[in-house]
Design a protein. Sequence first.
Length: 314
Amino acid sequence: MKKIFTLAASALLASAAWAGVITLDLNNPIHPESLEYSDLGIWTQCYNDVDYTWLEFGDENGEFMLSHLIDGEGASWGGYYWDGFCPAIGGDQTDYGQPGSSASWTTNFGGCMAGGGCVINADGSVTADPTQPYLVAYYSSWAYEGPSNQVMFVDKNGNTTFEPVGVYICNHPWPYYGCEHGDGFGAPFAEGDYFELIAHGVAADKTEKTVSINLVEFTNGELHALNDWTFFDLSSLGEVESVYFTMNSTDAGDYGMNTAAYFCMDKFQVKGEDTPTPTERTGAPTFNGYTTDGIHAYFIEILPTEPSTIYYRI
């Protein structure tokens, strides 16, 4: 998942300052200008279908746009429904399921099985921090105006196509526990069952490529479910105008999936402008280390034969 580059005496090094990866930072909201959370850790405007059909985050490198109640005014049905992406905090891992009912889940939907927002540490490892925000995503196959879970990016020069690198994902508590022992709609998983997240890359000519990952699967007599932040590689989608997410489950009926269509997402990454051209240099490194800006991790290499500092975003 995570890539940590180990360089030998003769190594392929980058000649530019760093490999340009731009990462979605939920601590830099643009629209809304700030985020407030309820006691349940849910963004207080999650049901606002007038002002926030799209969310925007970014800085001088560019802006990420994420769909939210994309059908617009009236789409929340008076505050009883939402779709797309909703910011949350706290990382609640509680099982709110009740026999034969999912009522408690519709109130307590702000959880995250990882336990908090995704943090990339100085050594390249990934942990969860309950004080950091993340996105709860709800996939609706009934949205009229467009994909309910859509991500777009505009760089600092106004370019609207981009190359996705990847995103960190984990299970939401509702499907996590629902696949384990069932809920008001879904049945417990059995051998061969799976719950899948599919990323669709839409190119400028409207053609699509897809890549998928299983959030839950029952194989060889065991239930496997993602409960930590896991890197979902999106690089195979190529250059796109947007990425949107759909979901699929083997537990489905006439009206679609019975498995709760939620997942959690953080640190969506796109390729920046200044990706270096690799050049070969020789010489043993004199120093290896890591530093961090709180969002990315960097590998630092200093060569005695040609002094320079090389940064790799991980």
